[in-house]
Design a protein. Structure first.
Length: 231
């Protein structure tokens, strides 16, 4: 199973604990939790999860409002949970931009199947070729084709590229990338990240000193630019 970071949001502490247990038993190891809408937005901004499981009915800021704020800048997959099963609620969530909708109470197996399907669509791995300005990255085999040559990516380089690709066109902070390769206790590893970024650029860029695909956003982090396709 690919490693995905999932943010679980519900104001019911017992249900939040149950959600964590369901995902942990299924093999998901990177779980984040929030018990309010405002906390959910903060956790999303700071951690950039790969997916959000979002409760609708919360007292301070409901799930619809949270999703609207997220959709202003992000297409991160969102599965909405609600105790209400009315069609109007389901339609509203999907119109705002939810990827799927599940009414409480639900079966753990159905929740996991829906999450797996969403992640499979959002983060496909098999036979995934990513076109960049001067190279093509084969996500399935962790290789780069550039100038007629094939170059292998290291495990750390692949981890970095996957995180950048999942957020293509958006800034990924230095902290998030450091955590990706070093774990949650990443402080002090910024120089290690710089080394991996430099090596990755040497493989994907035509001129690593003047990168166009993997660019630095000064003071914030990095952004991956995909190849622009002419109409």
């Amino acid at each position: 199973m690919a490693i995905h970071k999932i943010l679980l949001v519900d104001d019911d502490c017992d249900l939040l604990e149950m959600l964590c247990s369901i995902f942990q038993r299924a093999g998901y190891s990177e779980l984040l939790t929030a018990s309010s809408g405002k906390e959910a937005l903060r956790m999303w901004r700071e951690n950039q999860p790969d997916m959000i499981v979002l409760d609708v009915m919360m007292p301070d800021m409901d799930g619809f409002s949270v999703l609207k704020e997220i959709r202003r800048t992000s297409r991160v997959p969102v599965l909405m949970l609600t105790a209400r099963g009315e069609a109007e609620d389901r339609i509203e969530g999907l119109e705002i931009g939810a990827d799927d909708y599940l009414a409480k109470p639900f079966l753990p197996k159905e929740l996991l199947l829906r999450v797996g399907a969403i992640l499979g669509r959002a983060c496909p791995q098999q036979n995934k070729l990513v076109e960049l300005a001067s190279s093509t990255v084969d996500m399935a085999n962790a290789t780069v084709e550039k100038g007629g040559k094939q170059l292998a990516l290291t495990a750390k380089e692949m981890q970095l590229f996957e995180k950048l690709y999942q957020n293509a066109g958006r800034i990924v902070t230095t902290g998030i990338l450091c955590e990706t390769i070093c774990g949650e206790f990443w402080q002090g590893y910024e120089s290690t990240l710089s080394t991996h970024i430099r090596h990755l650029r040497e493989k994907i860029e035509e001129n690593p000193s003047r990168p166009v695909s993997l660019v630095t956003i000064k003071g914030l982090g990095y952004r991956l630019n995909l190849k622009k396709v002419s109409p």
